[in-house]
Each structure stands twice: as structure tokens, then as C-alpha cells.
Unconditional design. Structure first.
Length: 197
């Protein structure tokens, strides 16, 4: 998940107070006015005293230590594979995820795609309907000890299943949720692992 904080902000047209969010290389401020800075507008982000300062002069009062963490996260964004903890040598499988670059990224990272659904370190499964979610229980046994099932679905207004439905299906399969990641501009991914006994 990205970063989020309630902040005081100063812009060229005045001060405001609201919610600052950073996710998927985009910074969003929701106060009296909603303001958005895409990745290219975040170049040159810096810390001045206790403020996070953007190249356009926008300032956000986060405190010295949090401002430094935000600046580092913005200047050095984690890749998708870093966020989902993919390491070389991991046994992986991808079922139904409509993202043409993802399997290439996995291969470049050194993950090992396997055809047999058994002993998987990471299983990525696309689920955008009740029928898809009904199959989760049958996928849980494919995970290795400590393995994770990432359920990938559409996000925002295009979503056809709710996070609570995804979580309910995984819990019914004996899994617990542990992380959510913006998988792509149109997809979100929830991570599930076996319940510890």
C-alpha cells in the first residue's frame, strides 16, 4: 500500500489542509481542492525543514523524518515486483492475469514459472467475478509452506468484485490477507497466505 497522511499544505494560491496520498507514482492531495501530481511532476522532490517540497513549490507539513521517507519513496519508487516481493528462483504461476508485460518481468527477475500447480511460492490469479472467486478454495493447496496467493482484480469504477468479497473467498479457503498493492493503473492485487497455526 502507498503512503497517506493528514497534512497542512501551502500552494501558490494559498494554504489548505487535507489528505495527502502517494501510490503508484502519483501524489494526490484532497483538501478544499483536489490536486494531482503524476510521476513526471514529482521530479526534484526535496525536504526543507519539516516539509516535503515539490518542484512547483507545493509544500506539505509532514515532519522532518516522515518528509524524508516520503521524498525517498517518491524519488526511488519500488517496482511492481519489489512491491509483491518477487525474488529470483521463486516457483510462480500466473492464471488469467491480463497484463502482457508481467510474465516478462517475472522472467527477467529470475522467477521460475511452472505449469504444475503445486509447491508455489507465488500464485497470481485474476478474479473478477463470483465464479472466479469460487475457484480460490481449489487454488490454496497449490501454495508451498510460506507461499502467497495474489488475487488480481480490476480497480476503481471498473471493479466487478469488491475487496470484501475477495477477502471472504480467501478466508473461506483458510487464507489470511496481508497486503494490497496497486498492480497496474487498472488492476489491484491482494496478497493471501495460509493461516498460521
Amino acid at each position: 500500500m502507498g503512503k497517506e497522511a493528514e497534512v497542512g499544505a501551502t500552494f501558490a494560491d494559498g494554504a489548505d489542509r487535507g489528505r495527502l496520498q502517494y501510490e503508484a507514482t502519483t501524489l494526490v492531495f484532497r483538501g478544499a481542492t483536489r490536486r494531482v501530481w503524476p510521476a513526471e511532476a514529482l521530479r526534484g522532490v526535496r525536504v526543507e525543514g519539516e516539509d516535503l517540497v515539490l518542484a512547483d513549490g507545493a509544500r506539505f507539513a509532514l515532519g522532518a523524518a516522515p518528509a524524508a521517507r516520503w521524498a525517498d519513496a517518491i524519488a526511488n519508487p519500488k517496482s511492481r515486483l519489489d512491491k509483491i516481493c518477487v525474488k529470483a528462483g521463486m516457483r510462480t504461476a500466473v492464471i488469467g492475469v491480463a497484463d502482457e508485460t508481467f510474465t516478462t518481468e517475472l522472467a527477467e527477475r529470475g522467477a521460475r514459472p511452472v505449469a504444475e500447480l503445486a509447491g508455489l511460492d507465488l500464485l497470481f490469479y485474476a478474479a473478477d467475478s463470483a465464479e472466479d472467486l469460487a475457484r480460490v478454495e481449489g487454488l490454496a493447496p497449490a501454495l508451498a509452506e510460506g507461499g502467497a496467493l495474489w488475487i488480481v482484480s480490476r480497480k476503481g469504477k471498473a471493479a466487478t468484485v469488491k475487496d470484501v468479497d475477495v477477502m471472504a473467498a480467501a478466508r473461506a479457503a483458510g487464507l489470511v490477507d496481508s497486503k494490497v498493492v496497486g498492480f497496474s493503473p487498472t488492476l489491484t492485487a491482494l496478497r493471501f497466505t495460509r493461516r498460521k497455526t
